[in-house]
Design a protein around this ligand. Structure first.
Ligand SMILES: [Zn+2]
Ligand SMILES: [Zn+2]
Length: 454
């Protein structure tokens, strides 16, 4: 349905809210054409007033070029968590209505209108009259519960105009006019209430740790008081030089508490500890971190996890601190699909592609450790004050338990231990795990599968 504009709306304002998550720009489509297309479609129906466009969506994957093209036509670009887009559009709408007396036109480009906005907006439209609604969505069909005067299919709208773009003087005129205007519109992160004045400052904001924190989900109610088991791969996420190892546990606990995880936390640290500094080992153990030596961290974490799951039915949270998580992702994702545990991650880098694993929070290891000294020292006090005895040390290769650091380090340098390591690397692994830290996924998966059947 596309009705012509009533006379009172012909020269009044039109405010457009465009939900890019449900009505995206197709791959390869020039984002700079969206505004001229929207304006062209409105003009065809007789809307000649000024048009403001706010584009909202999860911009995690958006390229700088895409943002630049949108913004160059004067579209206000806003990053928002997908689940919040409906709510944010509604609150923007209410604000628009209180700042702009009728008559005015509101254009909603979203598939969420029926589902999320029809109730509040339907009520509000009855009280505050004089706002004409037009809309676009990716599918039609259902009877709308919101009175509107035009309804476009999003794709048809984009395509129709694309065909005629060379001849269509309106489009190219608007395009020319917009891109020649020097002022770009700004970029807003609704999650952090950050405003960027350039694509560069905006994209760099989206990659900051501050911003990513807002993307971490708060603990769901069932995880607030349930257990959290942490496996920490010290080979890929080591304790930085000069860092007090006693601060590791409070840092991890603090980060988890920030998100509402308040249940008991066990931490298992593992890695090749043959050259670990006794200070570090002592520091970890004094805060009740279980310290374990192994040269096969990937496989070991996986078998530990399997063991943990067998003894701890859901709900429980699993935290993995490792740069090797993607190597484990196939096995883990299969396990998670049959029996779901809440998963949170920390690592020293941000992966470029989407993980096979679904997780609800992620930290950069170095940022997590850099939590403010005050917070950690408070937790530190309460930790060390608790009368708990220090945890023991374990050599996975020899099944050896050391009760003190000296005990443990002298075991790790013993001839017996060295022989055992040689034996293990010769007998149990198809490819010895010595120099190639970045061993390909297959061999890791293979050794994990082995480990899980042990
Ligand atoms: Zn942000
Ligand atoms: Zn040993």
């Amino acid at each position: 349905m596309l009705s012509k504009a009533l006379p009172e709306y012909a020269n009044s304002k039109t405010a457009v809210w465009w939900d890019m998550d449900t009505c995206p720009v197709p791959d390869g489509y020039d984002a700079g054409r969206v505004r001229p297309i929207i304006e062209g479609a409105l003009k065809e129906l007789g809307y000649y007033g000024p048009v403001t466009i706010t584009a909202m969506g999860n911009l995690k994957e958006a390229t700088a070029h895409f943002l630049q093209r949108l913004s160059s036509t004067g579209i206000v670009v806003q990053h928002a968590i997908t689940d919040c887009v409906g709510t944010l559009i509604f609150s923007d709408l209410m604000e628009f209505k209180s700042n702009n007396l009728p008559p005015a036109t509101i254009m909603l480009i979203s598939d969420k209108v029926e589902e999320e906005l029809s109730f509040p907006l339907g009520r509000n439209q009855q009280i505050r009259r004089g706002y004409n609604i037009v809309r676009a969505r990716s599918f039609g069909g259902t009877l709308s519960r919101i009175e509107h005067t035009a309804d476009w299919r999003w794709k048809t709208l984009l395509e129709a105009a694309a065909d005629s773009v060379s001849q269509d003087t309106t489009t190219s005129y608007v395009l020319r006019k917009c891109s020649s205007s020097s002022a770009l519109s700004s970029f807003v992160c609704r999650a952090c209430k950050f405003t960027g004045l350039s694509v560069a400052s905006f994209t760099s904001h989206l990659s900051t740790e501050e911003h990513k924190k807002t993307m971490n989900d708060q603990a769901a109610p069932e995880y607030v008081n349930s257990k959290t088991a942490v496996w920490w791969d010290m080979d890929t996420c080591p304790v930085p030089d000069g860092y007090d190892a006693r601060r590791v546990r409070p840092s991890i606990e603090g980060a988890l508490k920030d998100l509402g995880y308040c249940g008991p936390i066990t931490i298992t640290a593992m890695g090749n500890l043959e050259n670990a500094h006794p200070h570090v080992l002592q520091g970890l153990s004094s805060t009740r971190i279980l310290v374990q030596h192994t040269r096969r961290v990937g496989a070991y974490i996986f078998s530990n996890l399997t063991h943990f799951k067998a003894h701890n039915p859901p709900p429980a949270t699993i935290m993995l601190i490792s740069d090797r998580v993607e190597h484990l992702s196939l096995c883990l994702s299969l396990a998670q699909q049959s029996r779901y545990y809440n998963l949170v991650l920390a690592r020293t880098y941000t992966p470029e592609s989407m993980s096979r694993l679904y997780h609800t929070a992620e930290w950069l290891w170095q940022t997590l450790l850099a939590r403010s000294q005050e917070t950690t020292s408070y937790v530190l006090r309460t930790c060390t004050a608790s009368g708990d005895s220090a945890s023991s040390f374990f050599c996975k290769s020899c099944d050896f338990t050391g009760l003190s650091v000296t005990d443990f380090t002298s075991h790790l340098s013993s001839e017996e231990h060295k022989q055992k390591e040689i034996f293990i690397s010769k007998s149990s692994l198809p490819n010895p795990h010595d120099s190639d830290e970045d061993s390909d996924e297959d061999s890791d998966e293979e050794s994990m599968a082995k480990a899980s059947f042990n």
